[in-house]
Design a protein around this ligand. Structure first.
Ligand code: OGA
Ligand code: MN
Length: 297
């Protein structure tokens, strides 16, 4: 078996979204295999692997090929009892600690609906996420897609005046901002301290490809030095542009898919499904090496 990657949509988006075959990523990788996956990530931004029967331990081992892993400290219940033992595994499910589907009005469930807004993982942390790896352990009978937007293509298609205007802008990101958009404000004082806004550049240069991309997320609540409404109006316009369907790949999950994306070059969002059905996804996250403020501008 040799690893190969084919574009998921060779006609409309030949450079965004790839499907990988010829590899069992639940087993240890060779250095060459890990390098080929990194190269595929640089090219496609999102890679899909089918039929990968992960448990948390094998998912963590695969993820470690690509850098240091982040703690799941963006969870609302961080520091409290969790359903998943490892602090390095994000619980992207609708299950409570007894493995029961969460009640419709559960605080944790309502907080997690923030994933329905376009975002880039952990942009609310000073050092945000590089890759996210999401493993589908259990999926609903319908719905629950994940959509991905190509933020390199989004940047490239801005007009030159707008590129010049945004070149050096810096945004404040916080989970308080993304949740406020949904009318969720059920935060403790402790949460508010933990989710204190951090600064991120609006335009990033990818360290391996040198390509520029828009670093946007619903966590971005304002632009440093700008009046808030004006900042939000611009951020909304940019997100609207960046998520035009021509830039979007919609992933329809099969059980045991593993989807890996580069948060430096993409945004993503969850799509709705029947809240009475189980959707159990486990996410591991590779951290960036530095904050965007310390990256080359
Ligand atoms: C995530 C996420 C979307 C989904 O895991 O970071 O945003 O469809 N998931 O569950
Ligand atoms: Mn996410």
């Amino acid at each position: 078996m040799t690893l190969s990657i084919r574009p998921l949509d060779p006609v409309s988006r030949p450079f965004f979204g790839g499907e990988v075959s010829g590899i069992d990523i639940t087993k240890p990788l060779t250095r060459e295999q890990a390098a080929a996956i990194d190269k595929g990530m640089d090219q496609y931004g999102v890679l899909v692997f089918h039929g990968q029967h992960f448990d948390d331990e094998t998912q963590l081992a695969f993820s470690r090929n690509f850098g240091d892993l982040e703690e799941a400290s963006g969870d609302l219940n961080w520091g409290k009892a969790r359903r998943i033992a490892s602090p390095l595994v994000n619980d992207i499910s609708n299950l409570d600690n007894d493995n029961q589907v969460m009640a419709r009005d559960s605080r944790r469930r309502l907080f997690s609906l923030g994933n329905r807004l376009w975002h880039s993982d952990s942009s609310f942390k000073a050092v945000p996420a590089k890759y996210s790896l999401l493993s589908a352990r259990s999926i609903p009978s319908a719905g629950g897609n994940t959509e991905f937007a190509d933020m390199r293509a989004a940047y490239d298609t801005l007009d030159d005046d707008l590129k010049a205007e945004i070149a050096d802008l810096i945004c404040e990101h916080s989970q308080l901002y993304s949740r406020a958009q949904l009318g969720f404000a059920d935060f403790t004082d402790e949460d508010r301290v933990r989710f204190k806004p951090v600064l991120q550049r609006l335009v990033r240069i990818h360290p391996s490809t040198g390509r520029k991309s828009l670093y946007l997320a619903s966590h971005a609540g304002t632009i440093v030095g700008w009046p808030v409404p004006e900042a939000r109006a611009l951020l909304r316009d940019l997100i609207e542009h960046a998520t035009h369907r021509k830039f979007v790949y919609a992933h329809e999950w099969k059980q045991w898919d593993l989807v890996m994306w580069d948060n430096r070059a993409t945004m993503h969002r969850a799509r709705p499904f029947d809240p009475k059905e189980v959707r159990d996804m486990h996410r591991t996250t590779v951290a960036c090496e530095r904050s965007t403020m310390a990256e080359a501008a």
